[in-house]
Design a protein around this ligand. Structure first.
Ligand SMILES: [Mg+2]
Length: 366
């Protein structure tokens, strides 16, 4: 694990990350090749073999399950008259076309330059090709840690250790869009100058894997995204000493507690598990087009898409009293895969992790 830990620290440093990743892959590819052709490889499960094969041969593993449609729930109250009160819409959908329709509606009303599209990453723009390392796998491991620190199925004894392993799995794994044509639909909005931001709960140390997979899946977010004042893109989102400086106030900051550092660059905002609604507000207040009396810059409408209801609710809460239109979509495309994992014995991911971990211990720690 020492070699892997060192590499993850280098990922965090930025600047030389692709070189680091290439070296990391060269080492892993050689080791994985020797392991794949060894007698132990015969015992591998299919998803794990696919994961290693993707490392070894550059082949994308196939999605765990075929994508299945889930019936769409009807929209909540019909649009209010924007001249009286701002639009509030909250909907669940498996079809990103519903989001596109909403962006088009706001664009018609306000112009593309005044509409902000905010998209979650995991299980929204991209889903993991195997269960090990997926959003649902991480959620399961986190819950296990909270219920029993000594649970035998834990991959790490504490949250930091879990994050380290998650980072390694992000680095090794490939991802796919949950819905066919999703990158093209997002791409059409970006080309039509809709300002687009990817808002993820992932921490800044996972930026390289996120950028790599977004690029590999042909997402073109940086072509039309938000510009902010923070020159290096790494910042502490709020401060109790200056509570009103970045779009929040003392009461909100007292509720949020201590901030964790975040990064924003190339349209990807990595917020380390913090409140997505308030993280968006602090980002907007840093926009080059924002002023003290215009904390949302030029934007008159926001469309937010996320697979987790928690983040949808938080976004609605954060903007509840503000004069800006807001439409949120809980994107449920991956629900079937998540439900299937949650109801499973988890034996497949336990076995896959044991095989990967034994491979790492055998091959990398001498
Ligand atoms: Mg998500």
């Amino acid at each position: 694990m020492k070699i892997l830990s060192l590499t993850m620290v280098q990922f965090d440093g930025g600047g030389h990350t692709w070189i680091d990743f290439d070296l990391y892959n060269i080492v892993l590819i050689r080791l994985a090749k020797s392991f794949l052709f060894s007698p132990e490889a015969i015992c591998m499960s299919h998803p794990f073999a696919a994961l290693l094969a993707s490392v070894c041969f550059g082949i994308s593993a196939t999605p765990v399950l075929a994508q299945l449609q889930i019936s769409e729930t009807p929209a909540n109250p019909p649009f209010a008259d924007a001249t009286i009160q701002p639009v509030r819409r909250q909907e669940t959908t498996t079809e990103f076309a519903t989001v596109v329709d909403q962006v088009n509606e706001f664009t018609k009303k306000y112009g593309a330059e005044n509409v902000l599209l905010v998209l979650d990453l995991d299980n929204t723009l991209l889903a993991m090709n195997q269960d090990l390392g997926s959003d649902q796998w991480f959620t399961w491991q986190e819950a296990l840690q909270n219920s029993d620190k000594n649970h035998p199925e834990l991959v790490a004894p504490d949250f930091e250790g879990l994050l380290e392993i998650q980072g390694m799995l992000f680095a090794l794994s490939t991802m796919h869009p949950p819905e066919p044509g999703l990158p093209e639909m997002v791409g059409d909005l970006v080309i039509r100058k809709t300002t687009t931001v990817v808002l993820t709960s992932r921490g800044k140390e996972f930026r390289d894997a996120a950028e790599r997979e977004l690029k590999r899946n042909n997402y073109n977010i940086p072509e039309s995204t938000l510009e902010i004042h923070e020159e290096r893109g790494v910042f502490t989102p709020y401060s109790a000493e200056h509570p009103n400086k970045h779009g929040l106030n003392a009461e909100i900051i007292a509720d949020l507690g201590s901030p964790r550092r975040v990064t924003y660059s190339d349209g990807i905002y990595m917020t380390a598990g913090q409140h997505k609604g308030y993280m968006l507000k602090t980002l907007l207040a840093r926009s080059t087009k924002a002023f003290v009396d215009k904390p949302f810059a030029n934007f008159k409408a926001i469309v937010f898409v996320d697979d987790h209801l928690k983040h949808i609710d938080r976004m609605q809460d954060a903007f509840a009293g503000d004069s800006i239109d807001l439409a949120t979509f809980r994107y449920s495309r991956e629900d079937r895969n998540v439900d299937k994992f949650n109801k499973s014995t988890k034996n497949h991911v336990i076995r896959d992790w044991e095989l990967l971990n034994s491979f790492i211990k055998t091959a990398l720690v001498k």
